[in-house]
Design a protein. Structure first.
Length: 330
């Protein structure tokens, strides 16, 4: 891999991140509504003080002045960002955004990694099967894809929660591990973590497998029409060898970029899925930050998600070159 190609891809990734930071900051600031308004009224009613005094207290507490120039706010934000400071949560001033991310990120990565690997493997297998098999098997898989593609993820999460959490009581109602259980690298803790994460994982797998099946089926059918496949058949190679050595490998190449993008996007978690299971990952905090209009936390979460997506795409570009030698690196 040439240094020129690597430098170009890294440069594009850095420019993308800078653009995301600028757009994200100003879009969040120009959104309608005033985050201090409801808290100011609550403060005034609680302590029996004037609106102006309450607003001053709230603004000082959250270290946020909505009347300050956006350019000055952006300058302060960038200066802190360069130092690695993502700020402090406006709703929970005792918690830094970095600390919240450090607490939520491992759990989301755990769920996302397992979900994505499982859904990708299942989707690739079933998609390839649909491309070469017709009849009953194809109809069953098509029916499954149709169902899961029309069901929103939060509906699947709600159904699983109603059945397995509230009706059968087989799974916990909240948390990433049981209260009172001491974290550690032991079988009891590992099983408890899996137990809490299982329903979010199943939800992700159910709702994302259909997309992989459709994509793999399309690329497989396209690959089967290539000249090198006909040449392999003419040489008398078996269907199994053609499927494994020729079709599946080449059909999976276009899915690599999609896989990386899916991983980066899923790092943000689905707010509705994690909220439904009260699973304290990135998605749960995104939902809370949105509902509470916690600009600082929401900004930090979006930045983390954006970094994940950009890095995932960069890795996908580099892997794509290795997987498909037809791509030029110059």
């Amino acid at each position: 891999m040439s240094f020129k190609y690597l430098a170009k891809r890294i440069g594009v990734a850095i420019l993308t991140l800078i653009s995301v930071i600028v757009v994200m900051f100003f879009v969040l600031r120009i959104m309608p509504g005033d985050i201090l308004e409801p808290m100011t009224r609550e403060e005034a009613n609680k302590f029996g003080i004037t609106y102006e005094e309450a607003r001053t207290r709230v603004a000082n507490r959250y270290n946020y002045d909505p009347n300050e120039s956006l350019l000055i706010q952006f300058e302060v934000y960038v200066a802190a960002l360069v130092k690695g400071d993502l700020g402090t949560s406006m709703i929970n001033p005792n918690n830094t955004v970095t600390a919240i991310l450090a607490n939520a990120m491992p759990w989301t990565l755990f769920v996302v990694s397992i979900s994505l690997i499982l859904s990708f493997i299942i989707g690739v297998k079933l998609g390839a099967l649909m491309a070469i098999r017709k009849g009953f098997v194809n109809n069953i898989i098509t029916f499954y894809v149709t169902i899961v593609s029309t069901l929103p993820s939060y509906i699947v999460a709600l159904l699983l929660s109603l059945v397995f959490v509230y009706t059968l009581k087989l799974f916990p109602m909240a948390g990433v591990y049981s209260i009172g259980l001491k974290p550690g690298f032991n079988l009891e803790f590992i099983w408890d973590v899996i137990w809490h994460a299982l329903l979010p994982i199943v939800t992700y797998v159910i709702t994302s497998t259909g997309g992989w099946i459709i994509q793999m089926k399309g690329t497989s059918i396209s690959t089967l029409g290539e000249d090198y496949v006909f040449a392999a058949k003419a040489r008398g190679l078996s269907e199994g060898i053609i499927r494994k050595k020729y079709m599946r490998k080449n059909a999976m190449i276009p899915l690599i970029t999609t896989l990386a993008m899916a991983f980066g996007g899923m790092v943000g978690g689905s707010p509705l899925i994690e909220s439904q299971f009260n699973y304290m990952g990135m998605g749960m905090y995104v939902s809370k930050a949105m509902n509470e209009r916690d600009f600082t936390l929401y900004q930090g979460l979006l930045l983390c998600i954006s970094v994940s997506v950009v890095i995932a795409n960069l890795i996908a570009d580099l892997l794509y070159v290795k997987l498909d030698p037809r791509i030029k690196m110059g």
